[in-house]
Structure formats: C-alpha cells, structure tokens
Design a protein around this ligand. Structure first.
Ligand code: GMT
Length: 374
C-alpha cells in the first residue's frame, strides 16, 4: 500500500505513535509518505520506502493566524496526486481529520477517491475536542472518516459519550518496539545519579497541566521522608517553570534533576526503579508503556485508559486522581527490595502484550478493510 501519514512532529504521544507506525509499515514493504510541518524527531534514518513532505505555510500580513489547515489540505492533495497514495491516515483529530475530509473532497473533483483513516489519541477528544469551539467539526470529521481507531477502550467509550458518532470505532492500542525499549546495562549512569545507592524515580511528559506533575513531585517529596530516592523529570512544556519553583520551595533540588526533551529516553528508563504517571486524563499512557518495557513498575492514576495498561498490584498500582497519600503508600511498597524484582518482571511481561509485531497487523487489516469498502 501507499500510505500518507499526517501527524504532529512531537517527541512523545501521537507523534511518536504515528512515526513508529510509519517506520514499521515501511519496513514491511509499504510506501509511507509523512506530511507534517516539521520533520518528526524519530524520523531520523534512511529507508527507501519512507518519504517526507513538509507543509509549506506562506505568511501574509493579513493573516493573524496562518491558515495551516488549508496548507495541510493542499499538501495532502498534492502528495496523493503526485505519489499515487492509496489512503490517508491522520493522527489526532484536530485539525487533521477535517483537513483530510477537505482533501478527500478536492480529490473527488479530480476523479479520485482517497479514503481517510483517523486515529483518536486522547486530548483531541477528552480535552480540546469537547470544547464547543471545535466540537461540531470534530464530530463531523470523525463521522466522515472511512475508518476510525482509538488507542484504548476508554477513549472509544468517551468518544461515543461526548460526540454523536454514527460509525464503528476500532480500538488499536499503542505499541512498543522492544528491540529499542529494553533495559540496557547503564550502571555508570545510575552511579552518577544515585551515588549512595538511592532508588531512582522517573517521570516523563510534555509538562502540561493534564499530567499533574505537582502530584509526581509531592509523591516523591513524601517518599523521600522514609526511602533514599532521587527524581528525574524528563520532557519540557508549559508547566516546567512552575514545577521547578515548587521543587525549590520544597528544598529538594539536590535530589531532583530536570533533563528536558531527551531522545534516548530508554537509557534513563534503563536505570529507573519506578515510573510516576499521576495524570488527570490519559487515554493510553505511552510513556508508561515505554517504562514497563524497560522493566520499570508504574505508580499511576486510574484515569482514562491507564487501567487497561497498568494492572493494579501486578505491574504497579493505580490511585484516584490527586490521591498523593495513596501513591506514596504504593510507591513505598513497590520499592521494597522484597517486592521490586517481581513488579519489574511483571511490568516487562505486560509490555510484551503491546509488542509492535502484535499491533502492526491490526492497522494493516484496518487499512485493507477500508480500501475494500471504497
Ligand atoms: O500525552 C500527551 O499529552 C500527548 C498526547 C498526544 O496526542 O500527542 O498523547 C496522547 O496520545 C498518546 C498516544 O496515543 C497516548 O499514549 C496518551 O495517553 C495521550 N495523552 C493523553 O490522553 C493526555
């Protein structure tokens, strides 16, 4: 197949899922055309089946907001016509699904029907999409997609609850490439961060409010009262300055490190003992899956699709959103030397359920069904 992939070129989340999916499809012999406004961070290699098309957004003094959606639509039309693309797969509904619908309509006038698959990732439904400013367009473009997937059962249910959807949504969960995400021997790194044999707690995110990083810091703060621990915070975003100020206020800066956006996150996870994900909302929790693949148990909230990934009492623990006391209690239990090896092994076993080789065929079958119905 020749597949056009539209996504955000982000370091995590939907951008990573879209890029890794495209790379895997290309390795399987499909031709993949990425259409984005910037090279996705993980698209840093050469493969004869991978093509990258940058969306050009010309500016003009009249535009207070550059019409990205029109530029993206035109890019999709041009790529489909020039490269003979069979199908467009857009990741994150806003504004990709409506731009794809528009592209499909333009292509129809040129005698082509190019089906559109939309993958819902989370905040495009649970946070941004629900907003009245976007809802009518999101509802319309989901209904007009030729195939729709959601990354968890919970997201599928939420989509039906919040939008008037008249079509089937298939659940295809996030996946992990275990050849990259595996525990590596990085003892020197661990010794540098934890010179006195402390346990290492990690949180990675895009530092948005929805991640409740305060809860991660407060969990660490209370854990630190009884367990020798260090905290690594990976990623960057709007909340970073506030979280840094909180750590200074709490007087814990000597035990906390902010690493910023890090590409080789698997190296940090390789020396971690515990991963924290106290999110307000989390449709799947790809960052937690990456941790589990590196044998790191997870203390998370029970929001969204997290219970579908993190098995309470097995791969870590789930707490109600904001229940820091419970997270501290659970973290203490998991970090106990008698418990930790079992939780680590369970985390890896669970991650194996989401191996790329198990999930890729689900997308391929979805594409085939969509193309058959055209
Ligand atoms: O985590 C984020 O806020 C980024 C966001 C995105 O769309 O890039 O991630 C969402 O998609 C990921 C990939 O499907 C999921 O693993 C995340 O759980 C989801 N984030 C939220 O629902 C908050």
């Amino acid at each position: 197949m020749k597949i056009g992939i539209v996504c955000y070129p982000t370091f995590g989340g939907s951008g990573v899922v879209a890029t890794e999916l495209g790379k895997a499809l290309a390795k399987n012999g499909h031709q993949v055309h990425f259409i984005t406004y910037q090279q996705p961070p993980r698209l840093d290699f050469f493969n004869e089946n991978v093509f990258y098309h940058e969306v050009n957004i010309p500016s003009y003094p009249l535009f207070q907001y550059a019409p990205y959606e029109s530029a993206l639509t035109s890019a999709m039309v041009n790529v489909v016509l020039n490269e003979n693309v069979d199908l467009l797969h857009v990741h994150y509904a806003i504004p990709h699904a409506s731009a794809a619908y528009m592209a499909k309509m333009v292509l129809k006038t040129r005698g082509r029907y190019t089906p559109v698959v939309t993958t819902l990732h989370g905040t495009d439904v649970t946070l941004v999409g629900k907003d009245a400013s976007y809802e009518p367009v999101v509802t319309f473009s989901i209904n007009e997609s030729d195939g729709v997937t959601a990354v968890s059962e919970n997201l599928r249910t939420e989509t039906y609850e919040h939008f008037k959807i008249n079509r089937e949504i298939e659940v295809i969960p996030n996946f992990i490439d275990l050849s990259r995400f595996q525990r590596q021997q990085k003892d020197h790194f661990k010794t540098a961060i934890c010179p006195n044999g402390e346990k290492l707690v990690v949180h990675t995110s895009n530092f948005r409010r929805v991640k409740r990083i305060d809860d991660a810091v407060m969990t660490f703060y209370h854990l630190r009262e009884t367990v020798p621990v260090k905290l690594l915070l990976v990623g960057d975003g709007p909340e970073r300055a506030r979280i840094q100020a909180l750590c200074r206020e709490l007087g814990i800066m000597d035990d906390v490190r902010f690493l910023g956006k890090l590409d080789a996150v698997e190296e940090v996870l390789s020396v971690a003992d515990l991963f924290l994900m106290p999110s307000e909302n989390e449709s799947f929790g790809l960052a937690a899956l990456e941790a589990m693949a590196c044998e790191v148990p997870v203390i998370s909230s029970n929001a969204g699709g997290l219970p579908e990934l993190n098995i309470n009492g097995v791969t870590g623990f789930l707490s109600n959103v904001g229940d820091v006391a419970d997270m501290v209690k659970n973290a203490r239990y998991v970090l106990d030397d008698d418990q930790l090896p079992t939780f680590k092994a369970n985390a890896l076993e669970r991650a194996k359920q989401f191996e790329l080789s198990k999930i890729l065929p689900l997308y391929e079958a979805h594409y085939e069904r969509v193309l058959k119905n055209v």
